[in-house]
Design a protein around this ligand. Structure first.
Ligand code: SAM
Length: 209
């Protein structure tokens, strides 16, 4: 895992200094704007310094957030407190974190969890198992640029999102949207430019066969 603690430490906790900007990610906002998307609780995986989880809490959701970086988690709590938001924040490695038995959420957000594919897919699997019936799974991450192409995002291919790997691991969920394409990212100073991304919106059936 990259040294996320030192990267977040450099950002500090002053207003508007979050590593990936103060605004929630565009895709998360798009999904939240859907008329059929009405979660009351959310689990945010790899919430970093909290731009997404904090914003969801501001929209009235009960939010639990997990991130491996203790510094990011402290910063997120400071940003939450400064804005009067309450988010349950857990500093834990998604390589082995599992939701407590009996906990369930209406939505899981996995936005730009940047780690080895095996850990990312494990995190997706255990979080999906904690979805309430009818619950939503939302994910976004950098995809391979494709032959000759250029894209924002890590160079290590293991850190890039392959849509089919997610769909295989989450085969018990219905696919509402599975997109792969090029977008313009404008998330703080670190995520800015053209990127090829994967965006997924999946749903646990209300009743299972
Ligand atoms: C590119 S940042 C994105 C943060 C946040 N989702 C956002 O969009 O602002 C990647 C995040 O993944 C977290 N991360 C990387 N490996 C992790 C792991 N194994 N378990 C939990 N979090 C991890 C890092 O600490 C970092 O906060």
């Amino acid at each position: 895992m990259k040294d996320w603690n030192s990267r977040y430490a450099k950002a500090g906790t002053a207003p508007d200094t979050r590593l990936f900007g103060d605004q929630p990610s565009e895709y998360l906002r798009e999904v939240m704007a859907r008329s059929d998307f009405r979660p009351r609780s959310a689990l945010c995986l790899a919430d970093g310094d909290g731009r997404n989880g904090g914003w969801l809490a501001q929209q009235g959701l009960e939010v639990t957030a997990v991130d491996a970086s203790t510094v990011a988690t402290e910063h997120a709590l400071a940003h939450d407190a400064a804005r009067g938001r309450t988010v349950e924040r857990i500093a834990a490695d998604l390589a082995d974190w599992t939701p407590p038995p009996g906990r369930a959420w209406d939505a899981v957000f996995l936005m730009y969890l940047q780690c080895e594919a095996a850990v990312r897919l494990r995190a997706a699997r255990v979080a999906a198992a904690a979805l309430a019936p009818g619950g939503w799974f939302v994910a976004e991450g950098f995809a391979p640029a494709g032959a000759g192409g250029r894209s924002l995002g890590p160079e290590d291919p293991d850190l890039l999102y392959e849509m089919n790997d997610f769909l295989d691991v989450l085969c018990g969920l219905e696919v509402v949207e599975a997109l792969k394409g090029r977008i313009r990212v404008n998330d703080g100073v670190r995520h800015r430019g053209e990127a090829r991304v994967v965006r997924l919106l999946l749903r646990r059936p209300e009743t299972e066969a």
